[in-house]
Design a protein around this ligand. Structure first.
Ligand SMILES: [Zn+2]
Length: 350
């Protein structure tokens, strides 16, 4: 399948990048959606060039349901995973933890989906592309039983690339409370999985508190609305809870003006943050683009960007040896870029 890659070289292109908050469901190109619809014999719900026009989280989530439902066999899922890893590599993303929410993929059984995605990522890494790990995700509307079913499946046998349990979806729906997921997240931790939750986006600071206190998660996806509660901000800094922030996504769905985004206040409060794309194809963004947005919004220099990338390596759920390798890759880039700035004629790594 031919994927159009909207990546342009920019100042951060060569930086080895780590992404911890990105959804495979948001990584379909329009060409891939058209191809899958044709293969499934389904008409497009609207013209292709309007398909990614959405204004709220619910219409966005139902679109995901539609195109993920076009995937009807493991080969298609493997192919999408492979293409996605390849896409990330074109922006020099070297490591990514990719969220996969099986509830969107109605054409495949859950274990088959995760195995197929893992196979696609294996092949991609063997071909020199990004090392992608998998965070299977629960949907907010699922029941306690459905949540435990997923965790038990993962506990009994999971592809090695599965590193975490996640939960995503609209945190503002009436049934979005965390109480019924407590057992599933506890079991996930006992099974050796990392844990992360979407919170503090469509929920306020109370969503972040609940994810920490009830689910015991180690990281928060988004979490930006923690700025509305100074005591919570202090707690995030003290407990070193990493927020996986997505500037373009939050601007599209939450703040509608990047200058209203609270990333500068999160950094000021010394909350650990990482920079991420969330849904790169849908938002027409890349990690390089998100870093550029962050540097201009928060007036960051190379040292601050390098520190954010190190934070991602520290917060990654991979094995410690791999995390150390990621730290080294970032350090090598930083050393080269500084040498280039001191002796511009000797190197050209920028
Ligand atoms: Zn997300």
């Amino acid at each position: 399948m031919n994927v159009q890659l909207p990546v342009q070289a920019g100042p951060w292109h060569n930086l080895p990048k780590i992404e911890l908050h990105v959804h495979l469901e948001g990584g379909f190109s329009l060409e891939q959606v058209a191809h899958l619809a044709k293969a499934a014999g389904e008409p497009l719900p609207k013209p292709l060039d309007e398909l990614y026009d959405f204004t709220d989280l619910d219409s966005f989530l139902s679109l995901l349901d539609w195109w993920c439902g076009l995937v009807r066999n493991p080969e298609q899922a493997s192919g999408l995973a492979y293409d996605f890893a390849k896409f990330l590599s074109t922006d020099n993303v070297v490591y990514a933890e990719v969220i996969v929410n099986p509830t969107h993929w109605r054409g495949l059984k859950r274990p088959d989906l995760l195995q197929a995605v893992s196979d696609g990522f294996d092949q991609a890494q063997a071909d020199g592309f990004c090392d992608c790990r998998i965070s299977p995700s629960l949907l907010r509307q699922q029941s306690a039983e459905e949540a435990m079913e997923l965790v038990e499946e993962l506990d009994h046998g999971r592809p090695k690339r599965v590193v975490a349990l996640s939960i995503d979806g609209n945190q503002a729906v009436p049934s979005a409370g965390n109480a019924r997921f407590i057992t599933a997240f506890k079991a996930a931790r006992e099974s050796g999985l990392g844990t992360t939750a979407h919170a503090g986006e469509s929920s306020g600071p109370e969503g972040v508190r609940s994810a920490l206190d009830e689910l015991g998660v180690q990281r928060i996806d988004h979490g930006v609305r923690a700025v509305e509660d100074p005591a919570l901000l202090r707690r995030l800094a003290e407990e070193q809870i990493t927020l996986n922030v997505c500037l373009s996504s939050n601007t599209a769905l939450l703040y509608h003006d990047i200058n209203r985004h609270p990333l500068p206040r999160l950094l000021e409060a010394s909350v650990p943050v990482t920079i991420n794309t969330d849904d790169p194809m849908l938002l027409a963004t890349t990690m390089s683009r998100e870093i550029e947005l962050a540097t201009s919004l928060c007036r960051l220099g190379i040292n601050e960007v390098v520190a954010i990338m190190h934070q991602a390596a520290t917060a990654a759920f991979c094995e410690p040896r791999r995390s150390n390798e990621l730290h080294s890759l970032i350090d090598q880039w930083a050393t080269n870029i500084k040498r280039h700035h001191e002796h511009p004629s000797k190197d050209s790594t920028s």
